[in-house]
Design a protein around this ligand. Structure first.
Ligand code: AMP
Length: 226
């Protein structure tokens, strides 16, 4: 029996916390009909639901560390079999370690697939704390906002769904930011070289404004998604 592909197009957004991966993934999702898979979101849902994996991940996430590969892979694998991932996925926040990157390759190879494109979003470390400390999302639809860079057109009302409740992540604070950035440099940044070696890496200057970054990212994605 021939194994069915898990998903036809696999894009990865690579970058430190606050690079804008989530914001850009949501825009690409709309433009290209892909599905954003954020392991951070999946883990936060597991924590909120009080699952065994969520309970194990909670304290690690609060401290700004990386959750174990086993837990993250199990959660992601499960999500990648959902039918809405049929046209393709944008991985946001995954892989974050060499072990995760290799496991992803193995998972895709088992169905004759591979990573199609990796976009490395470059931002200066110095801007990271301000970027994460100012962000918040609509509690109803998840649209992202920022105190400084992206406020709703009408104060207190979500542009997307009209919701009036917003939330901030527990780990988006100056204390945890340092640990998250350190984890990025130690464990995730080496993946830039890993994917460069495979000829799938593109770099985008993510210090530019949201619209300019979106333009550069779209141009890059167009080259791999029909
Ligand atoms: P994010 O929403 O991507 O910023 O992730 C929030 C937190 O979830 C991170 O600081 C980690 O503790 C955890 N996390 C998310 N994705 C991963 C991953 N791929 N590997 C390990 N931990 C992760």
């Amino acid at each position: 029996m021939i194994a069915m592909p898990i998903t036809p197009a696999v894009l990865i957004l690579l970058g430190p916390p606050g690079a804008g991966k989530g914001t850009q993934a949501r825009m690409l999702e709309e433009t290209f009909g892909l599905v954003q898979l954020s392991t951070g979101d999946l883990l936060r849902s597991a924590v909120a639901a009080g699952t065994e994996a969520g309970n194990k991940a909670k304290s690690v996430m609060e401290a700004g560390g990386l959750v174990s590969d086993d837990i993250v892979l199990a959660i992601l694998k499960d999500r990648m079999t959902d039918p809405d991932t049929k046209r393709g996925v944008i991985l946001d926040g995954f892989p974050r370690t060499a072990g995760q990157a290799e496991a992803l390759d193995g998972l895709l190879a088992s169905t004759g697939q591979r990573v199609n494109s990796v976009i490395s979003m470059k931002v200066e470390d110095a801007s990271m704390v301000a970027r994460v400390a100012g962000r918040y999302t609509c509690a109803s639809c998840g649209e992202g906002y920022h105190d400084e860079f992206k406020q709703p057109a009408s104060a207190g009302v979500c542009d997307k769904c009209g919701g009036a409740e917003f939330k901030r992540r527990a780990d988006d604070n100056a204390e945890t930011a340092g640990a998250r950035l350190a984890a990025y440099h130690a464990q995730t940044a080496p993946l830039i070289t890993y994917y460069k070696g495979r000829g799938v890496l593109e770099q985008v200057d993510a210090m530019a404004d949201i619209a300019s970054v979106a333009g550069a990212m779209s141009a890059s994605v167009k080259r791999v998604v029909a």
